[in-house]
Design a protein around this ligand. Structure first.
Ligand code: ATP
Length: 187
């Protein structure tokens, strides 16, 4: 059975870090945001932050909350890989779409780190769209939750805590992914 693993979690919980670990293990990673960037280019727009946000909202309005997930399904199948990681699941509608498509082969992993820990990491990350106060991060959390992130986290099959060192996290993610790689090769 084809296995699809997706990471979900609050902003700066460590999802990109987890996907990077998968890529290092030579597992194909499908980035949901790329679907939106592709659509931005198709519409002849400049791929900046505001256009990306606008197109993401528009796609969901026109085609439903699972629009981006549905566009990813064919890309996932085209990899021809038995194990694929999907980066960027944000809402329960997307989880339902993948569950419907891949059944028990879809595995959702939530990543958890407390607000204060995430904020200190955001400050170190210094990404242009990052917030510069803990209230800013709290507002970002609220926005994500209002789009169904809370339900998606609740629907996860496994939780990985990322409150410790990066080394510990990398080992934990590696162990979980290896488990699924192994259970694939046993069949
Ligand atoms: N255990 C850790 N110790 C120290 N730094 C960490 C740890 N885990 C992640 N980080 C760092 O914290 C920052 C946030 O992590 P990352 O970008 O992976 O989060 P994300 O969930 O993808 O965030 P977003 O939802 O905002 O895109 C990154 O700079 C990452 O390298």
């Amino acid at each position: 059975m084809m296995k699809i693993i997706a990471f979900v979690g609050m902003p700066a919980s460590g999802k990109s870090e987890a996907s990077r670990i998968a890529a290092e293990m030579d597992i194909p990673v499908i980035i949901m945001g790329d679907v939106i960037r592709k659509e931005v280019l198709k519409r002849g727009l400049e791929p900046n932050d505001s256009n990306t946000g606008m197109v993401a909202t528009d796609l969901r309005k026109c085609e439903g909350m699972d629009a981006v997930a549905r566009r990813c399904v064919s890309q996932i199948r085209e990899t021809g890989s038995e194990l694929v990681v999907v980066d960027g699941v944000r809402g329960i509608a997307e989880v339902e779409c993948f569950r419907q498509e891949f059944g028990k082969g879809f595995i959702l992993i939530s990543i958890y780190a407390p607000l204060e820990v995430r904020f200190s990491r955001v400050q170190k990350r210094g990404r242009s769209d990052d917030m510069n106060s803990i209230d800013g991060l709290r507002q970002r959390d609220e926005r994500e939750l209002s789009w169904g992130m809370g339900e998606a986290i609740e629907a996860s099959n496994v939780e990985i805590e990322n409150s410790f060192t990066l080394e510990t996290f990398r080992k934990d993610v590696n162990d979980v992914l290896n488990n699924y790689l192994k259970s694939n090769s046993e069949k």
